[in-house]
Design a protein around this ligand. Structure first.
Ligand SMILES: [Fe+2]
Ligand SMILES: [Fe+2]
Length: 170
């Protein structure tokens, strides 16, 4: 990894640290604000996602500590954490989906760089988080305007297809 690539790698990790923490706050705020018949189901899902994001945040800090780069990192809440959560459920879900897509894109870059430069712990960590972010996105796809009031049904084949098409788009 040359110096420019190293800086890029650190910046991507820094972005992820702040994005994960901001997602924890935002998802919990959205979960509290939702109204309507589908609200309890969606809120439960978002709280579970928030717990996952907090675990990702801690895993990233552990990764930085392992490689001696923790002192290079700062921890800041981003403006997204303060998003107006009085918007419609559809708008909020769309926003969360866009954040998940951003996370997927960032972790794909980190995974590719880790593979390229044989950062073994990075390969393991970023693949694990990437997989979970894809699951988050896929879970949210079931909460669009048409399916939100229905029981949450996850057909395995349909889920696999939507994840595969998502990965193909990135
Ligand atoms: Fe995450
Ligand atoms: Fe996520």
């Amino acid at each position: 990894m040359n110096e420019t690539e190293y800086v890029t790698y650190l910046q991507l990790i820094q972005t992820s640290i702040n994005d994960e923490l901001s997602a924890v706050v935002l998802y919990k705020r959205i979960a509290e604000s939702l109204t309507g018949p589908g609200a309890p189901v969606i809120a439960k899902e978002l709280r579970e996602h928030a717990d996952d994001e907090y675990r990702h945040f801690k895993l990233l800090l552990e990764f930085c500590s392992h490689y001696g780069i923790l002192q290079e990192m700062s921890v800041e809440l981003e403006s997204e954490a303060n998003l107006d959560v009085s918007s419609s459920t559809e708008t909020l879900i769309a926003k969360v989906q866009s954040l998940e897509l951003e996370a997927i894109s960032t972790y794909k870059k980190l995974l590719n760089m880790s593979k390229q430069y044989s950062v073994v712990e990075g390969c393991k960590l970023f693949l694990q988080i990437l997989t979970e972010e894809q699951e988050h996105y896929d879970d949210l796809a079931f909460f669009d305007g048409k399916t939100r009031s229905l029981p949450l049904i996850k057909d395995t084949t349909e889920k696999q297809q939507s994840v595969a098409s998502l990965i193909a788009q990135i």
